[in-house]
Write a protein that binds this ligand. Structure first.
Ligand code: ADP
Ligand code: MG
Length: 685
């Protein structure tokens, strides 16, 4: 497993003292500092890492394909006699070689070539080439194939499949292949059942290996890796169960008072989850519970009941949100719910002026503030809690694992409640979140209206502006979410500013607000409050509003370039509307043409409002990296396992992991050693 806290490569130790797999790649012939840093970019530090850098696919250079049997869009190895070699001056100057093998003809085409190359190929010579077959102007062609000429004896055919690796700038496929060939020829234990057998096989499968043969080996490795990950999670769970923390027993029952004051009745699911949480809190082992609930299912109030339980014991709660807007909103809710019960709530975010921040930190340190709401600023630089008993982390998929670990109390491990609106399919939860107990709020408060979702092409943008006008004129409000522009906050901002201007021009009778990541915190809060209070009709935003914001009067959500977003993210954004009793709409303003997968995904969003179903779809269509937010946080995923291909193994992973723990602890330890040298989760859970 790759992770930032990985084992240091043992580059400078005498190689013979170090097991082969732990030696630095620098011990391979020809690997100097420059090549080494390129390999490091691929996550490769040790020989073991390089061995685990498996091919993404294979080429078959073990057999010749007759020229009348070529299929377009496949790779092929061909051989024949050169009948013509000429430079043509068509639309683009190119050199073509025509070969025949007596069965058919093939054209090899080059756009870049030297005179020397061209003069070396003459009619009558024999030639062998490997490349992708395509349709050309006059029949089948290969563009820029690898080729060699020979006079009499043809070069021998490969007896293994040729691997194709993921590589990086400045490191050619060929160089990487030669390096791995050198690696494979080292003194690894061989034979069926030997620990590295499957890796060695996958780097050079025999020429007659079938796809099923290869998949079997890949599955076996993925299975081991996932099982090791599961075992790590189970070990963490066991370690946690041995720790002691402050139990929070039932006492004066301030919670009852909140129930009366709320103004709504909890759903059955909320009641059940509150009960599950409170039962955990009564124990003297620290809770670690994940609460999953679709957007709008009412997770915040569940968290409030937990905070009240801690406060009843005079103990503190830290509630951490991923954005300032959300922290602000939680602060308002918690103050409204808890202050009447005599519980002091404070807000601590990065944008607080230094003096105010110091005062707030003092109130946390003295224990006077029993609930501290904030962003990651809560656990940065010198915020000490007097008696922290509970941490609550909202929308956890936005935090990396290291941040999750950083919110600590001096001494004891606090109880921990993690809340997410990312619905994670059950098989995934069981295997990948095995260190957590899971509660699901699988019911929405009554009276919520379904959100009607439409797909509209960007060519019809004007009609969308009209829809906004209609909503505003009827007294409703609208969100307009501008596209996520990767790697350019600048462009993203420009697009949002332009949209806000256009809307203001088209709707002069209404106030249009703009919210983006560059706004200072207080300004963001001001805009958000103006929207919440109805002083702004429409709010143009970059994707910052994704999480948690609650404005029941907003009934229209426009999302630009939805094809670039994950289904979970789209579902989250859409969940900003449909929070009141009026009918709500969502318009997905896409830029065509859409590929087949994009179309299938958007269709799923249009047809379903079930977060769990959408998560399953995302998993099937794009893989779990999207789902778990690992792509967003840039954290590495598994080495071998690819959850879009291997999710079907997860049921077996948990069964096998449990069996190993019960019956073969030595085997479990060996698996852990092989796969998880540093016990850190690398998935952002
Ligand atoms: P999420 O699960 O997305 O975090 P919130 O906690 O923000 O959802 O709740 C969304 C809205 O629903 C809030 O205005 C909240 O006060 C309200 N709400 C929560 N529970 C109920 C309920 N049982 N009945 C009616 N409204 C509720
Ligand atoms: Mg929420």
């Amino acid at each position: 497993m790759t992770g930032s806290a990985r084992r240091a490569p043992s580059g400078d130790m005498a190689p013979e003292d170090v097991p082969l797999q732990d030696r630095s790649v620098g011990t391979l012939k020809g690997v100097g500092p420059s090549l080494r840093s390129k390999l490091e970019r691929l996550g490769v530090f040790t020989l073991g890492d390089l061995l685990a850098h498996l091919p993404t696919r294979y080429q078959d250079r073990s057999r010749l394909v007759a020229l009348n049997a070529l299929k377009p869009e496949t790779d092929a190895l061909v051989e024949g006699e050169v009948v013509e070699s000429r430079v043509g001056f068509g639309r683009r100057r190119s050199w073509t070689i025509t070969v025949t093998d007596g069965y058919g003809f093939l054209t090899l085409r080059f756009f870049h070539f030297s005179r020397r190359q061209q003069e070396a190929v003459r009619p009558g010579m024999r030639l062998r080439a490997f490349g992708e077959v395509r349709f050309g102007p006059k029949g089948l062609e290969m563009a820029h194939p690898e080729y060699r000429t020979f006079d009499r004896d043809p070069p021998p055919l490969e007896n293994a499949l040729t691997p194709v690796y993921r590589t990086t700038k400045g490191l050619s496929q060929d160089r990487l292949r030669r390096l791995i060939a050198q690696l494979v020829s080292q003194d690894w234990p061989r034979g069926p059942g030997a620990p590295y057998e499957d890796y060695l096989y996958l780097h050079a499968p025999p020429a007659d290996a079938t796809e099923a043969d290869i998949a079997e080996r890949q599955d076996r490795l993925a299975m081991d890796e996932l099982t090791a990950y599961y075992l790590v999670m189970r070990r963490r769970q066991r370690d946690r169960a041995r720790q002691k923390t402050l139990p929070l027993p039932r006492s004066i029952q301030l919670g009852r008072k909140l129930l009366e004051d709320l103004g709504f009745e909890l759903t059955g699911a909320q009641k059940r989850v509150v009960r599950e949480v409170l039962e955990d809190l009564e124990r003297d082992t620290p809770m670690l519970r994940l609460v999953q609930g679709d957007v709008g299912s009412g997770k915040t109030v569940v968290a409030a009941f937990a905070a009240i339980r801690a406060a009843e014991q005079g103990a503190q709660t830290a509630l951490m949100a991923p954005t300032e807007i959300l922290a602000e909103q939680h602060y308002l809710n918690f103050s409204a719910w808890l202050e009447p019960l005599g519980i002091d709530v404070v807000l601590l975010t990065g944008s607080l002026p230094a003096a105010a921040r110091r005062r707030t930190a003092e109130r946390i340190a003295s224990g006077e503030a029993l609930v501290a709401v904030g962003t990651h600023a809560l656990f940065q630089g010198g915020v000490e809690f007097h008696k922290l008993a509970l941490t609550i982390i909202d929308e956890q998929h936005r935090f990396g694992v290291h941040q999750r670990m950083a919110l600590r109390n001096k001494g004891r491990t606090p109880h921990q409640l993690v809340m997410t609106a990312t619905p994670i399919p059950r098989t995934l939860t069981m295997a990948l979140y095995a260190d957590m107990a899971v509660s699901v709020i699988d019911e929405l408060p009554r009276g919520r209206q379904p959100i009607e979702t439409r797909l509209v092409s960007a060519a019809r943008r004007d009609e969308v502006v009209d829809s906004v006008r209609q909503v505003l004129e009827a007294g409703g409000q609208a969100y307009w979410v501008c596209p996520l522009i990767e790697a350019s906050e600048q462009l993203e901002l420009a697009a949002a500013e332009q949209t806000a201007e256009d809307l203001a021009a088209a709707l002069p009778a209404h106030n249009i607000g703009l919210l983006h990541g560059r706004l200072p915190g207080p300004e963001k809060a001001r805009v958000m409050q103006a929207f919440a209070a109805g002083r702004l009709g429409a709010l143009v935003a970059t994707t910052v509003i994704e999480v948690g914001v609650n404005v029941p009067n907003a009934t229209l959500m426009v999302i630009e370039n939805p094809e670039r977003m994950g289904l979970a993210q789209l579902h989250q954004l859409r969940g900003r509307v449909g929070r009141g009793s009026a009918a709500s709409h969502c318009i997905l303003l896409y830029r065509g043409p859409l590929g087949a997968i994009a179309r299938a995904r958007l269709k799923a969003v249009r047809q379903s409002q079930d977060g769990f179903y959408l998560a399953e779809q995302d998993l099937a269509l794009r893989g779990a990296g999207e789902l778990l937010g690992t792509r967003q946080t840039g954290e590495q995923s598994f080495r071998i396992a690819d959850l879009s291909r291997h999710a079907h193994l997860l049921g077996e992973v948990t069964a096998r992991g449990d069996r190993l723990l019960a019956e073969a602890p030595d085997e479990a330890r060996a698996l852990l050693r092989a796969w998880a040298p540093a016990d850190t989760g690398h998935i952002s859970v």
